[in-house]
Write a protein that binds this ligand. Structure first.
Ligand code: SF4
Ligand code: SF4
Length: 98
């Protein structure tokens, strides 16, 4: 079988276009206290777009504007502590193929 070509995720993400909805946040942490007790914090690594970050106070921040709508965080947060929705119509990521 022919090997798959190497893909650089940063190069791919660079080609995306975002229509940011400033009035509707489609990703939220349900309960910040649960994040405090989540020791591994896998959201910091499973999101391909780096949406989840740790601030100086040790709180998880959510940069929803960069979400590529892959859906991983719906299932990969061990405490199902992320409220997930699609962006409203006309907003969100736009993929360019070819
Ligand atoms: S993986 Fe889930 S519970 Fe853990 S820090 Fe991230 S959002 Fe919070
Ligand atoms: S849907 Fe994908 S890109 Fe968006 S925040 Fe969740 S893991 Fe990150």
């Amino acid at each position: 079988m022919k090997p798959l070509p190497k893909v650089n995720i940063d190069d791919r993400i660079f080609t995306l276009k975002y229509y940011v909805d400033e009035e509707y946040v489609h990703l939220k942490i349900k309960n910040p206290k649960i994040c405090k007790s989540c020791l591994e914090k896998p959201c910091l690594s499973f999101c391909p777009a780096g949406v989840y970050r740790l601030d100086r106070q040790g709180e998880i921040t959510v940069g929803y504007q960069a979400c590529v709508e892959c859906g991983s965080c719906r299932v990969a947060c061990p405490y199902l502590n992320i409220e997930w929705d699609y962006p409203r119509g006309g907003y969100g990521v736009a993929y360019k193929f070819g």
